[in-house]
Design a protein around this ligand. Structure first.
Ligand SMILES: Nc1ncnc2c1ncn2[C@@H]1O[C@H](COP(=O)(O)OP(=O)(O)OP(=O)(O)O)[C@@H](O)[C@H]1O
Ligand SMILES: [Mg+2]
Length: 455
């Protein structure tokens, strides 16, 4: 296996950070998870959701993440997102960017196409909302990035790749299609051979080798570039989170020694394509025997390193947690540096006591946080309290992609969130209403005190 993007030189430049411009002003839910209805208002700057176990805090931040990615960080399909017994869920998010508000509405229909509106106009396809809101979400499940199978790390790197450069969503889909076709051909040929019908016709494979190498080289080049770009941020984030020690990241290619050396200007797609083609040709007899494609980005991995040792198999629980958190914080910083305007969501970031205190320091530094606002209504006994923060992104130069919109048929959606400056129409179910009847932020000082006392 070949490595790329190992620990960067200390001199590598990390662009400076700016001030925040993007935040989620309001979240409305209807029949989402355990919420029949929820209206939650946020203000610029970090917010903390505090409450007892099972109240629905993760569900709230999951819904925000869903608007950004059209997927959940916890489940593969949409069915669990809809309140048990209900046919559909609705998520609405009012995003403020540079003082201008964008209202994204998603109707989640498991088994059917989801529907999306932007500023009340129906979008031709739900995926056109991608790019309106970008999030980086850290959750306890992220420890799988460090300890889980290679597929978890590939998912991490590909999600970040797509968040950074959305066209890679298409490259990935093309690659996966070519891989599926090629594997089907290999399996059919293998079955034919075992049934005594000769070696099977493997000539069509040449065509699929070409597709696989083309899209594979594109995806591989994107990942290699990404790992090199992410490495200095990861190193810095880990130092902040862990307080001591170092962490690094390397790309492990299934090309092994056949991975061409990296040129100064980044990976050369044509050279990578030729290398993949040559390796596919070399491995074809073994692939025909086993009925699977043995080389390509689908068999690659990332190596996360703590000190001198691979994190997987060596790092302690706390170290694994710190690397996973550092990977998300580094992703956030990288997207910020690119002008990606992400919102940072940290779910149960303080759950590991040792990392918690250090992580808190890191989070403060990461966005020059001067205090947290707690969302009122989530009251928890000290020992069961957990926290969520959602902080707005930094100064980001480039405006996000604006999807096309069209006037569409009426929607079975409840009334939207209140206009800016107006109180929310109702409190989140199960939460005590505030004087204005909504779930509203409280001043930073109060909530900072509450956060500390719940640790
Ligand atoms: N589709 C659904 N329909 C109804 N309830 C659901 C659905 N999916 C999840 N729930 C419920 O949502 C509840 C809240 O889950 P959530 O993970 O958001 O809690 P939490 O406040 O983050 O708790 P913790 O502090 O333990 O992390 C759970 O009790 C779960 O049973
Ligand atoms: Mg939770």
């Amino acid at each position: 296996m070949s490595r790329s993007g190992t620990r960067p030189a200390a001199t590598r430049h990390i662009p400076p950070l700016g001030g925040s411009r993007v935040y989620v002003r309001h979240l409305s839910l209807a029949d989402y998870r355990n919420w029949p209805a929820a209206e939650v208002g946020f203000e610029p700057g970090p917010s903390v959701l505090v409450g007892p176990n099972g109240q629905g805090k993760t569900n709230l931040v999951e819904a925000v993440g869903y608007v950004a990615t059209l997927g959940s960080h916890r489940v593969a399909g949409d069915a669990p997102l809809v309140r048990h017994g209900e046919p559909r869920a609705v998520v609405r998010v009012a995003v403020v960017r540079d003082g201008r508000e964008l209202l994204v509405e998603l109707e989640i229909n498991p088994g059917k196409a989801n529907r999306a509106r932007l500023n009340r106009s129906v979008l031709p396809r739900a995926r056109e909302v991608l790019g309106v809101l970008r999030t980086v979400l850290f959750a306890p499940e992220d420890v799988a990035i460090v300890r889980g199978d290679p597929s978890e790390r590939r998912r991490f790197v590909d999600e970040l790749l797509v968040a950074r450069t959305p066209r890679y969503a298409g490259v990935r889909a093309d690659y996966e299609r070519a891989l599926k076709q090629r594997n089907t051909l290999l399996k059919t040929a293998g079955l034919a051979r075992r049934a005594g019908a000769g070696a099977g016709d493997l000539r069509t494979l040449d065509v699929w080798d070409g597709h696989l190498a083309k899209y594979g080289a594109e995806l591989l080049a994107g990942r290699l570039e990404l790992v090199v770009a992410l490495a200095p941020y990861l190193e810095r984030a880990y130092a902040e989170v862990a307080g001591a020690g170092t962490a690094g990241i390397a790309y492990i290619s299934s090309l092994g020694d056949a991975l061409p050396p990296q040129a100064d200007g980044g990976p050369d797609r044509e050279v990578l394509e030729a290398a993949l083609l040559a390796e596919l040709a070399r491995l074809r007899p073994a692939e025909a025997e086993r009925g699977v494609t043995l080389v390509g980005p689908h068999r690659d991995d990332l190596e996360l390193v703590v000190g001198a040792l691979p994190a997987r198999g060596y790092a302690s629980h706390g170290e694994s947690w710190s690397v996973a958190l550092a990977a998300r914080l580094a992703s956030y910083e990288l997207l910020c540096a690119d002008g990606g305007e992400p919102v940072l969501i940290l779910d149960d970031v303080f759950a590991e006591l040792d990392s918690a205190r250090r992580g808190f320091r890191a989070v403060r530094r990461f966005r020059a946080v001067r205090g947290f606002r707690a969302v009122r209504g989530f009251r928890a006994p000290r020992r069961t309290a957990s926290r969520r923060t959602a902080s707005p992104g930094p100064q980001c130069g480039r405006a996000g992609r604006r999807p096309r919109t069209s006037a569409g048929p009426p929607w079975p959606l409840p009334a939207g969130p209140p206009a800016e400056g107006q109180p929310p129409p109702q409190a989140a179910a199960g939460l005590p209403a505030t004087a204005s009847g909504g779930v509203t932020p409280v001043p930073a000082r109060t909530s900072a005190t509450r956060s500390r006392s719940a640790t």
